[in-house]
Design a protein around this ligand. Structure first.
Ligand code: URA
Length: 248
């Protein structure tokens, strides 16, 4: 699939460091984007969702909570040791009627201080990527992380922490019922698909989480360090958009 980009979108792609669609005509560019190959009408291989983890301690029936109760449960959660080091929990931000759910790994320092996901440099890149698709974090998009608390020193999340937090994410997905879940980063992928396969092997095709199409892509922080992979991430976003549009 080729997105027809207008001058503004090309400018935004330029700001992301992507020249893919500026350098070649859209039809040619589409031919070079892997999403063309992967967005087939044939059934695609679907990774299995992980087994339901143990519910966070004292959390009540998370699977029955509405938005306010869920946000409060997250704010009060003490299910793992991350609660002791946090300034704020980071529940999520955006449109609760969103078509797109974007799931990152874990809050960093800026997110912990402000209680909002993806507001540092990686968040700026994410915002630019969304703009290139005609989206923004408050319109048709909801952004959250697998972990709702910052791991100390931004270390990797531990399996126990991922397991304790997963029910919150699961409930967010159930409440949102988005048309697409975009998993950005290896811990997002691990929690949602229950696999430790590398992103390079999982991207470029549709997976599924709770019956909702899921696309895997690189984390924006990784893209800031690995500029050539931005073109692959753009192809993943195009695939995600194609899957959204296919649902009307
Ligand atoms: N990285 C993430 O995965 N999430 C954030 O909110 C910020 C950085």
């Amino acid at each position: 699939m080729s997105l027809q980009l207008d001058a503004r979108q090309r400018a935004i792609l330029g700001a992301m460091g992507l020249r893919l669609y500026e350098a070649v005509p859209p039809a040619q560019a589409a031919a070079s984007v892997p999403s063309v190959r992967v967005a087939q009408t044939k059934p695609m291989p679907v990774a299995k969702a992980p087994a339901a983890p143990i519910a966070p301690m004292g959390s009540g029936a998370i699977e029955l909570m509405e938005w306010d109760a869920l946000a409060q449960a997250v704010a009060q959660c003490q299910a793992c040791k991350l609660c002791s080091g946090r300034t704020n929990t980071v529940f999520g931000v955006g449109d609760t009627q969103a078509d797109w759910l974007i799931v990152g790994d874990a809050p960093g320092e800026a997110e912990d201080l402000q209680g909002e996901p993806f507001i540092g440099p990686a968040g700026k890149l994410l915002d630019n990527m969304l703009k290139a698709l005609g989206l923004d974090r408050n319109n048709k998009v909801y952004i959250t992380n697998v972990l709702k608390c910052r791991p100390p020193g931004d270390r990797n999340p531990e399996p126990e922490e991922l397991a304790q937090c997963e029910p919150f994410l699961r409930r967010q997905v159930q409440l949102l019922q988005p048309k697409i879940v975009l998993a950005m980063g290896r811990f997002a992928v691990q929690a949602l698909l229950g696999t430790t396969e590398p992103i390079g092997k999982l991207r470029g095709r549709a997976h599924e989480y709770l019956g909702i199409p899921l696309v895997v892509t690189y984390h924006p922080s990784y893209l800031l360090r690995n500029l050539p992979d931005k073109a692959k991430a753009w192809a993943d976003l195009c695939l995600a958009q194609q899957l959204v549009r296919a649902q009307g």
